[in-house]
Write a protein that binds this ligand. Structure first.
Ligand code: ATP
Length: 319
């Protein structure tokens, strides 16, 4: 393999730059030419492709967002459009493509692999919902942003003796909420993986009040539903002063944590190695602290790897 390309696709995550840097540097270290494709699959179709040099990825390891920009591309679901994409890559003499993104981006890379353009996937999303890995890059950074916000909200919750409902991102995956619940000392965490029991939540808040704790933190994952409505129900039933904070897109940006930067660097490096070893159509991931790889088909068939014992721990500690 002499020439590869890299793109970032789907929703952004604060670590895409660090992974991009690792791919470019590792490729050049191994004597490969490396091209960056702007705006994901959409940019590929428009031939927004440029050669990357060592300096192209300088000063980005600490920056959120993605220097290559990211996009979604509905057209890519059509087989003839993907065939055109392969033609374009071949026109540039590109022999392998590293895709930094989520499950949808993996599906695109899998289809390209089937058409003879080897793809490798690097899991990047704050939601931590990518299959075939315990952790995606961006998750730790988003989690730390959430914890910083919870700590600040806790100060004001305590001063005013208020109950705060804090909505965090995650789509259908409750990992940000669950981890933030443990790290932020929340009374209750509501996640989409478990049926919501509003009465149990209220009982828990009331128990706290009875033992003199007049402020509470309830974390609601966005996939659960309407945090404002949950706050209203708590206020109506308990009569406690209740406020709702929706953290929103602040969770998607910011300077990445050291843990995430190291993970992104390990993933980027391994992705290039896989192409060099001729292991095509694979994802990289981390399981039990080991960097692993598996075929896209196997990763996409897997159940989400999750740490369900955290839910129990959160309940036990918030007794
Ligand atoms: P996020 O975590 O933000 O959802 P993602 O990679 O899962 O990231 P998607 O929007 O699902 O984001 O997918 C990104 C792009 O991948 C799509 O816009 C499309 O171009 C391509 N893609 C998704 N699914 C497929 C598929 N089944 N076949 C081919 N390409 C696909």
């Amino acid at each position: 393999m002499k020439r590869i390309a890299v793109l970032t696709s789907g929703g952004d995550a604060p670590l895409m730059n660090a992974a991009l840097r690792a791919v470019v540097r590792k490729a050049i270290y191994n004597g490969l030419d490396v091209y960056g494709i702007m705006y994901g699959y959409a940019g590929l179709l428009k031939k927004e492709i440029k050669k990357m040099e060592l300096g192209s990825v300088g000063d980005i390891i600490h920056r959120g967002g993605t220097k290559l920009y990211t996009a979604r591309c509905q057209e890519f679901l059509q087989p003839e459009v993907r065939a055109k994409a392969v033609e374009i890559l071949k026109e540039y003499a590109i022999e392998g493509l590293i895709v930094i993104g989520g499950d949808g981006s993996y599906r695109g890379a899998l289809e390209l692999t089937k058409l003879g353009m080897p793809g490798i996937g690097i899991p990047a999303t704050i939601d931590n919902d990518v299959l075939g890995t315990e952790f995606s890059i961006g998750f730790d950074t988003a989690l730390n942003t959430v914890i910083e916000a919870i700590d600040k909200i806790r100060d004001t919750a305590m001063s005013h003796e208020r109950t705060y409902v804090i909505e965090v991102m995650g789509r259908d995956c409750g990992d940000i909420a669950q981890w933030a619940g443990v790290a932020g000392g929340a009374e209750t965490v509501l996640v989409p993986e478990k049926p919501i029991d509003i009465n149990a939540t209220i009982e828990r808040i009331k128990r706290g009040h009875e033992r003199g704790k007049k402020h509470s933190i309830i974390i609601v994952s966005e996939g659960v539903g309407n945090a404002v409505e949950i706050g209203r129900q708590i206020k109506d039933i308990c009569g406690y002063d209740t406020r709702v904070t929706i953290l929103g897109h602040v969770q998607r940006g910011g300077s990445p944590t050291a843990t995430d930067r190291v993970l992104a660097s390990r993933f980027g490096s391994r992705a290039v190695e896989l192409l060099c070893e001729g292991k095509f159509g694979h994802t990289v991931g981390i399981i039990k602290n080991e960097i692993v790889d598996m075929e896209f088909e196997n990763a996409l068939k897997m159940k989400k790897l999750s740490n369900s014992s955290l839910a129990e721990l959160c309940d036990e500690l918030a007794i």
